[in-house]
Design a protein around this ligand. Sequence first.
Ligand SMILES: Cc1cc2nc3c(=O)[nH]c(=O)nc-3n(C[C@H](O)[C@H](O)[C@H](O)COP(=O)(O)O)c2cc1C
Length: 183
Amino acid sequence: MHKLKKVKLEKALTFLEPGPLLLVTTFDGQKNNVMTISWSMPLDFAGRFALCTGPWNYSFGALRKTKECVLCVPGPQLLKTAVQIGMVSGEDTDKFKKFHLTARPASRVRAPLLEDCVACVECTVEKFLPSYGIFVLQAVEVWQNSSCADPRLVHAVGDGTFCADGEKFNFRRLMKEKLPPGL
Ligand SMILES: Cc1cc2nc3c(=O)[nH]c(=O)nc-3n(C[C@H](O)[C@H](O)[C@H](O)COP(=O)(O)O)c2cc1C
């Protein structure tokens, strides 16, 4: 007997779910679209990220075709909208109109920035790994909204619940040799 108890396999996600929750905008040549993504991860210190999605989403086609997107980071005030955005498809819904989103032109890609987000990262698609639905992205421009009233990042637990960043711990001195230059 010890403190660890086996739980069902599905629970793994709720412990490992990464963050923060993202709103991923695309422009397919005709219209802007946005989807919600909780499966993303950084790959290096040089602005490379991965996200996971598939052909059942409308955004997938735009990502494959244009090889561009913007990763927008919503704060808690946009969380409910972010969930709603992830429940409808750009195939039949203009989500910018439906959810009153403010799109602003990005500088390096045609997909739009979302003004009410904490930050927006313009990205190009470097690679697509079809067997896993993984897009490898390269950040080309980063925007931060310093006037956001609540700039906490939100994280999906994976079971329909979410949390916002809370207490901060500063281990910068201990990690000095591992921190990327400039941060
Ligand atoms: C909280 C949340 C997280 C989501 N995370 C992902 C994800 O990581 N990958 C994915 O393919 N779909 C994810 N989805 C589902 C898509 O956002 C959803 O299918 C969306 O309607 C796709 O929009 P589109 O068809 O306009 O591209 C998520 C939905 C929600 C509500």
